[in-house]
Design a protein around this ligand. Structure first.
Ligand code: EPU
Length: 432
């Protein structure tokens, strides 16, 4: 089993370049099979969830040509089945976008119910509501979402819950429906906008993405295009918080500062320094940081995907902080692991009450999910002594070369097989 070994206590200093946004790439890769022409997608993050989705579309007949680890050409003209049921697909969440994409193009799709991180109940009802409003019949049978339609017709849909997944999924199907679709109470996250921009580059007519109301005029056919994915706001946020946590100084490059405003505001509030440039942000911290109250909300509120990293930072800051998780009810699983490193956090229902401690001490901890795992890496970087983070496969689902990027900033971290005692000994000798 692979694990990270971290010798903590060094400030992270230097420059880091942010990769493409995984959660946008998942929607865009699924959408790319909606045309018979070739699309070229750049700035794809080299992470496991993307590998799984590319494999899934290749398995149903799409031609996937990886120009390099961050650029891919996809051609969906030879898709020979609309059934995506292989077991490995269950592991990721983004596979559900194939329902919207295939239903839009072929008026039929059968896709295994998605998995993804175990961070709370993750219903699909809003996706179903949208597909049914467009005229499809949708059933959950034998663990798969089965959808079918004679034809799809534009509709006026009001989402009961603001959902990134449902907004993107229904938007995909609506692009190839007849007439006008209006999506109200849509998610406004940057990746919704990126998928809409990609669809428009393929000839779709999507307006209003990034606001509550998205209007989609159906077209009969989409065409090929070249597209570059936006930078990953969560990866950027993770490095921003790692800079503050280790009392470091990092210039985070290839970002869109607007997407990071909620994190910037919190960092400034607790006493870190943040300087914004056109496509970079510099985060620096000196001395002890202060406390804060944080509530996760839909964009442009504070992202649930940054909640574990924020809580971890507050756990070694001065005073008492309160973090409320309002999107996913099970997103505090990493707190037990943090406690093993000395954190003083009490979780009551969806709220964490954090009493800042002076220091963390290294321990063996296990990543419970993607973002919780990243938070444990940050904890390890500021802890006294060695921290071992197990189950790194969760972290690799969404962070491109995390340990390499951290090493470039001066961190003492390696990824090793837990059985590889020689490599572990060598690392310890090097950093001691
Ligand atoms: N919800 C419903 N019904 C639905 C869909 C969602 O009630 O049909 C609820 C969920 O239970 C949740 C809320 O709506 O309480 C928001 O869920 P959303 O659909 O927005 O989340 P998602 O599409 O499943 C995406 C990201 C997550 C990220 C959330 C929130 C992808 C592949 N996943 O999930 O990313 O946390 O939006 O921004 O885009 C991650 O990257 O680590 C991750 C988990």
């Amino acid at each position: 089993m692979e694990q990270y070994i971290i010798k903590g206590g060094k400030p992270l200093i230097g420059e880091v370049t942010i990769s493409g946004y995984k959660n946008a790439a998942l929607g865009i890769i699924a959408a790319s099979v909606m045309t018979d022409e070739t699309v070229k997608i750049e700035n794809i993050p080299d992470v496991r969830d993307i590998d799984v989705l590319l494999q899934a579309i290749e398995d149903i007949g799409a031609k996937v040509e990886r120009i390099n680890r961050n650029t891919v050409k996809i051609n969906g003209s030879k898709i020979n089945t609309v059934e995506v049921e292989a077991d490995y697909v269950r592991k990721i969440r983004g596979s559900y976008y194939l329902v919207g994409a295939l239903l839009g193009k072929y008026k039929k799709a059968k896709v295994v119910l998605p998995g993804g991180c175990n961070i709370g109940s993750r219903p699909f009802d809003q996706h179903i509501k949208g597909f049914e409003a467009l005229g499809a019949s949708v059933k959950i049978e034998h663990g798969s979402i089965c959808s079918e339609a004679e034809g799809l017709n534009g509709a006026h849909i009001y989402f009961d819950v603001c959902s990134v997944g449902a907004t993107i999924n229904v938007m995909l199907a609506a692009c190839l429906s007849e007439g006008l679709t209006i999506l109200e109470n849509s998610a406004k996250e940057p990746h919704v906008v990126d998928v809409a921009n990609f669809l428009n580059s393929m000839g779709a007519n999507v307006k209003g993405a990034g606001t509550d109301v998205i209007r989609i005029k159906g077209v009969t056919k989409l065409h090929g295009c070249e597209y570059s994915i936006i930078p990953d706001q969560i990866e950027a946020g993770t490095f921003m918080f790692a800079a503050a946590a280790t009392k470091g100084d990092i210039l985070i490059k290839n970002i869109i500062p607007k997407h990071l405003e909620a994190f910037t505001a919190k960092l400034l509030e607790i006493g870190a320094q943040v300087e914004e440039f056109d496509d970079a942000v510099r985060v620096k911290a000196v001395g002890k940081l202060g406390s804060s109250h944080v509530k996760t909300l839909v964009y442009p509120g504070f992202l649930t995907d940054m909640q574990p990293q924020m809580t971890t930072l507050l756990a070694i800051s001065k005073g008492t902080s309160i973090v409320t998780e309002s999107i996913f009810e099970n997103r505090f699983k990493y707190v037990d692991e943090l406690s093993r490193m000395g954190a003083n956090i009490k979780v009551e229902s969806n709220t964490a009450i954090i009493d800042g401690v002076d220091k963390f001490t290294g321990a063996v901890v296990s990543a419970p999910d993607l973002r919780g795992g990243a938070a444990l890496v940050i904890a390890g970087l500021m802890a006294e002594g060695y921290t071992i983070v197990e189950d790194v496969e969760y972290i690799e689902r969404g962070y491109e070369k995390l340990e390499y990027k951290m090493q470039q900033l001066g961190a003492s971290i390696i990824k090793v097989d837990s059985e590889d005692t020689k490599a572990i000994k060598k690392f310890k000798l090097k950093v001691s």
